[in-house]
Design a protein around this ligand. Structure first.
Ligand code: F6R
Length: 590
């Protein structure tokens, strides 16, 4: 969703902003824009709808002068995808330009009021209202102090409005956090402000993560104010252990493929958890009367799988809930409840909404996130991290694998069998490379057998949520209709759709689901369906076979197989797997 970046330093801003905007592309966007302060203390803007390269062809961003500037990638909410609705927006007096991440809820009412006061608008966005509101309040304020003005403005403006404000009169960038994250990058003689660490990682890995209602004032140095107290606050500089290399394709054609292949390495990091934090988490889970997993999309599939493993391994009933459905269950939440939020980005609005509701009911919140300093991490009483490095492709792959490894280890930890759990999980991790080595075979199978309009996936037990994750990925990036079922459900409905030649991917691990899976496969074959078996054993029933190594937790090895299938299907169909249509990496709206 919307990405923001600001630069102030000794270098020319435009090339740095351009480079950073390209790094923000993965969040999903439809328009792009940039503003800089030129030598004459004037703001110059270039913006338009479309991808950054296309807009740049028309606008030539790099001609923008000056060494202070802000940039934006827009994911449309208020106002159609049109040039005039792209950020930045300027105030009437031309002193300010603003980019925004979030939604200003009462913008229509504020806009009417500002229009009456003579403000002229050029777009349909909520963002433009914000810059005029700031101008109006600054004009009316004696001290002309944004800290004071914002303290009043937050009483008037409702919603989420993290923004960067370029002040051309004073050569300042103001960065304000209201709900969506904003991070200040501290380089040598240069400062950055962005919604995303990866956008400035090539320049610095030293960062200050702003808290809600904090305003950073960036000049030749950075000062931070709490706008509620009006006081300057101490700066806590964090060193981010991600590298710029991790955030690049490193020779792979797509981030998604690179990230699938990275699973071989990052899975080891996932299992190397800080023992104090890990044991602390086991302690909280073991003492809780009720535990609810909370997640969306792929992370929700990790919740489903975790609930199965916690039942099987630790004999615990931990219920998975979709972030967007949390309200439905809110009557079950009380002070004896633990909410276990699972999220790669740590910013998913549906999950955050659930966390906020849970907190008002006195529940404890713990989380498993990838992005350090993310809102979900900061809202949690305790957290663990995936240690997966930046995940750039919109489709989550390495984060999912890390999530399920850590959650499974926790299940073993909870049943006092941590050593055994580690052995089983490291056995899986050691065999991941075998799967990656089969990627060419999987690509051929995707092209020759699976590239159809409809696909079915079946699994039972732990393999069922993995089949669901495969279904999600295939729909998300290959744009093929896919349907995942618990094998036993087939006969209750979907068998009606099985016709001769329909491909069905069957997950057949060597566990107690195998015999039942064979029954389900027979039911499909009797109707002419073609079976693509993923198993450590080549069963005669399979029309096509993808071999996985024999390990104790075989379903986990099926994850990268399905990720590779979806990746190749996407590429074969001419899609860009890194940027699935209509989707964004960090889903910060409800
Ligand atoms: C699918 C995908 C999404 C995310 C979902 C939650 O490949 O990436 O379904 O899993 O938007 O995101 P996080 O994990 O960041 O909370």
């Amino acid at each position: 969703m919307c990405g923001i970046i600001g630069y102030i330093g000794k270098k020319r801003a435009a090339p740095i902003l351009f480079d950073s905007l390209k790094k923000l592309e993965y969040r999903g966007y439809d328009s792009v824009g940039m503003a800089t302060i030129n030598g004459e203390a004037e703001i110059e803007i270039k913006k338009g709808s479309g991808r950054i390269e296309a807009v740049n062809e028309k606008e030539d961003f790099l001609t923008l002068k000056g060494n202070i500037g802000i940039g934006h990638t827009r994911w449309a909410t208020h106002g159609a995808v049109e040039d005039r609705n792209a950020h930045p927006f300027t105030s009437c007096n031309g002193h300010y330009a603003l980019v925004h991440n979030g939604i200003l809820e009462n913008y229509l009412e504020l806009k009417e009021d500002l229009k009456k006061k003579g403000h002229v608008f050029t777009s349909d966005t909520d963002t433009e209202v914000l810059v005029h509101l700031i101008e109006e309040e600054m004009n009316n304020s004696k001290e002309k102090d944004l800290v004071k003005v914002l303290s009043k403005l937050t009483q008037i403006a409702k919603g989420a409005y993290t923004f960067l404000l370029l002040d051309a009169k004073n050569n300042i960038i103001y960065a304000f956090r209201k709900d969506s994250p904003i991070i200040i990058g501290i380089g040598e003689d240069e400062l950055f402000a962005s919604s995303d660490i990866t956008s400035f990682l090539a320049y610095t890995n030293k960062a200050i993560i702003l808290e809600n209602n904090q305003l950073a004032i960036l000049r030749d140095n950075c000062s931070i104010y709490d706008i509620q107290t009006g006081k300057e606050v101490e700066q806590e500089i964090t060193t981010i252990d991600w590298t710029a290399e991790q955030a690049s394709k490193s020779g792979f054609p797509h981030f998604m493929l690179k990230e699938i292949f990275e699973e071989v390495e990052i899975s080891k990091h996932a299992l190397e958890q800080d023992s104090l934090k890990f044991n602390g988490m086991i302690d909280v889970l073991s003492k809780a009367k009720k535990v609810f997993f909370l997640g969306s999309g792929t992370s929700y599939r990790a919740c489903l799988l975790a609930s199965i493993y916690f039942a099987q391994i630790a004999k615990k009933h931990f219920m998975p809930i979709l972030g967007s459905e949390f309200k439905t269950y809110q009557n079950l939440i009380d002070k004896d409840t633990v909410i276990f939020a699972i999220s790669q980005s740590g910013e998913t609005a549906d999950v955050l909404e659930g966390i906020n509701i849970a907190k008002t009911k006195g529940a404890r919140v713990v989380s498993l996130v990838n992005v350090i300093g993310s809102t979900i991490m900061r809202e949690s009483d305790q957290y663990l991290t995936l240690n997966a490095g930046p995940e750039i492709a919109v489709a989550s792959t390495k984060a999912f694998t890390s999530q399920v490894l850590i959650l499974t280890l926790l299940a073993y930890g909870l049943s006092d069998r941590l050593k055994e759990g580690r052995e089983h999980l490291y056995e899986v991790v050691r065999k991941l490379e075998v799967i990656m080595n089969q990627s060419d075979t999987i690509a051929i199978l995707a092209k020759d057998v699976l590239n159809k309009n409809d696909l079915y996936l079946i699994g039972r037990g732990a393999s069922y949520p993995i089949a669901m994750e495969g279904e999600l990925k295939i729909k998300e990036i290959a744009y093929i209709h896919a349907d995942a079922l618990a094998g036993g459900e087939l006969k209750h409905h979907t068998l009606a759709l099985i016709e001769p030649g329909v491909p069905c991917i069957a997950l057949v691990p060597n566990d107690d689901t195998k015999d039942d899976m064979i029954n389900n496969i027979m039911q499909i074959k009797a109707r002419g369906g073609k079976i693509i078996g993923i198993s450590s054993e080549h069963l005669e029933l399979f029309d096509y076979y993808i071999s996985i190594p024999k390990v104790h937790l075989e379903p986990l090895l099926m994850i990268p197989v399905l990720q590779l299938i979806s990746y190749y299907l996407s590429v074969i169909r001419g899609n860009d797997p890194d940027f699935p249509r209509n989707l964004a990496k960090s889903v910060t709206v409800l």
